[in-house]
Design a protein around this ligand. Structure first.
Ligand SMILES: CC(C)(COP(=O)(O)OP(=O)(O)OC[C@H]1O[C@@H](n2cnc3c(N)ncnc32)[C@H](O)[C@@H]1OP(=O)(O)O)[C@@H](O)C(=O)NCCC(=O)NCCS
Length: 158
């Protein structure tokens, strides 16, 4: 297993991960749907804008999981937007690798990196019914808002 920082060369991987996140419970979206929707595509098209960062966990050439944070502005917010100083997290363990603790470990390392950078916190959006919520709660995220069928959660680092 190796872990390395994500770069702009990983945008295709982030696009794949975003599709997995949007389709976490059922197939609702295609790649074309994602690319056509700015509100979704902004999670990968501009990565990394200033301040954005992330990690990929791989086994050889195979990516097992990715976690990344993006800063999005108030006039182009993510689903889990809190404020412009708080980046939003996306986390995906690819099929075949779930339930082995990879997502938990990756999240923990990302939180450490965010802390080391002096960030005030990390936000995210989790849709009703997604068991990933437990993972986030255990990591210290708390519900701070509501957006459609999803809760906005915030991990405060200050
Ligand atoms: C959510 C996700 C990132 C978790 O990664 P993972 O590597 O499978 O998670 P882990 O094996 O590290 O499990 C961490 C904990 O979260 C729990 N968990 C994670 N996903 C869960 C789910 N869908 N249902 C129930 N529990 C879940 C695990 O039971 C585990 O709890 P434990 O510590 O008591 O064993 C991964 O399942 C995934 O990518 N799912 C599809 C996309 C998605 O939903 N992304 C998140 C959008 S908010």
């Amino acid at each position: 297993m190796t872990r390395r920082s994500l770069t702009h060369a990983d945008r295709a991987l982030l696009r794949e991960a975003t599709l997995a996140n949007m389709n976490w419970n059922t197939t609702r979206f295609t790649f074309d749907d994602l690319d056509a929707a700015d509100a979704i595509a902004h999670y990968y098209t501009g990565f990394p804008a200033e301040g954005d960062f992330g990690l990929v966990d791989s086994d050889g050439d195979i990516a097992r999981a990715v976690g990344w944070v993006v800063f999005l502005p108030e006039d182009d917010p993510g689903y889990g937007y809190v404020d412009a100083d708080t980046p939003e997290l996306s986390l995906t363990t690819f099929q075949g690798f779930r339930g082995q603790g990879i997502g938990r470990d990756l999240l923990s390392e990302l939180i450490g990196l965010a802390s080391a950078r002096g960030l005030p916190g990390i936000s995210l959006s989790v849709e009703d019914g997604n068991g990933a919520r437990r993972l986030y709660e255990r990591a210290g995220f708390r519900v701070v808002g509501r957006n459609g069928d999803s809760d906005t959660m915030l991990l405060s680092l200050v």
